[in-house]
Design a protein around this ligand. Structure first.
Ligand code: API
Length: 286
């Protein structure tokens, strides 16, 4: 059975998008997703994102497999790509502003396609308790803020944030000097993270500018991570490395694939992410 797909990317974090609105069962198994994400034997992508029909409270549903076939609860760059995929499927015109209520395994997430084609996403609230990450780095009802974690030959001060998916954020003097290929897997598979973790290495560049590199759970070194950028802003505020202005905290997060703008509305606790999402090509899986 041949299967059509669209390849999209958000700051170089790239995905196969599958129109799964007419079936309840996902059209690819985790093993097939892993195969097609391979950059030599398959199409090449950081993950596969499925568009499913909505429920009573949502317009659509999103489900996702990482490149290793594992299930991810949420994907920031991916949901921007999904919003543009839907925008095209609905035959919308450039310049239209359209908001979608998307059911995800992290709850209801609301992307809005802007007139300039960028997408702003209400990413919901961060979860900070150890049991919500999940991690055993602290007691279940405690937060994990600048806690030492031995990885490799040294302790790292880590701050853990869930955006529906787990993030371990650590601040360094120079992100370019971090041996991501060696350290990334050691963080990802550390026993204190029972569901593994995404790991963000962050350098503070200024009062509203952060530079970040990421090792993603189930995908490895990617060019950008939207949920990770949100977790990074939260961690910067919680560790007093970035100060809110009034009741808003915001930053430009510089990633290898480009910049994301992140805003944390403190009264509602909701985070808002704005960035691009572009179609690359369409194809058919044999
Ligand atoms: N690898 C992540 C899912 C993709 C997140 C990232 N690509 C984003 O843009 O948020 C996880 O297993 O939690």
């Amino acid at each position: 059975m041949s299967l059509s797909f669209q390849k999209y990317q958000g700051l170089g974090n790239d995905f196969l998008l599958i129109d799964n609105r007419h079936q309840e069962e996902l059209l690819l198994t985790p093993e097939q997703a892993q195969h097609w994400c391979d950059r030599h034997f398959g199409v090449g992508a950081d993950g596969v994102i499925f568009l499913l029909a909505g429920t009573g409270e949502s317009d659509y549903r999103m489900r996702m497999y990482n490149a290793d076939g594992s299930v991810a609860e949420m994907c920031g760059n991916g949901i921007r790509c999904l919003a543009k995929f839907i925008f095209a499927l609905e035959g919308r015109s450039a310049g239209e502003i359209v908001r979608y209520r998307i059911d995800t395994l992290a709850g209801l997430i609301v992307p809005e396609v802007q007139a300039d084609g960028q997408v702003t996403v209400d990413m919901g609230k961060p979860q900070l308790l150890a049991q919500q990450i999940p991690t055993t780095l602290a007691a279940a009802d405690q937060k994990v803020i600048d806690v030492p974690l031995m990885v490799g030959d040294r302790p790292w001060l880590v701050t853990c944030v869930s955006m529906g998916n787990p993030h371990c954020v650590t601040f360094v003097e120079n992100v370019a000097a971090v041996d991501l290929a060696t350290l990334g897997p050691q963080f990802e598979h550390h026993p204190v993270f029972p569901q593994r973790t995404n790991t963000e290495f962050v350098q503070v560049l200024g009062s509203d500018r952060l530079r970040m590199r990421v090792w993603e759970r189930g995908a490895g070194m990617t060019l950008a991570c939207g949920t990770g950028a949100c977790a990074t802003l939260v961690a910067a505020v919680l560790t007093n490395r970035l100060s809110p202005v009034g009741n808003q905290a915001q930053a430009t997060v510089e990633l290898p694939g480009g910049d994301l703008h992140i805003r944390w509305d403190l009264p509602s606790q909701h985070l808002y992410m704005t960035g691009p999402a572009l179609a690359v090509f369409s194809g058919t899986l044999p």
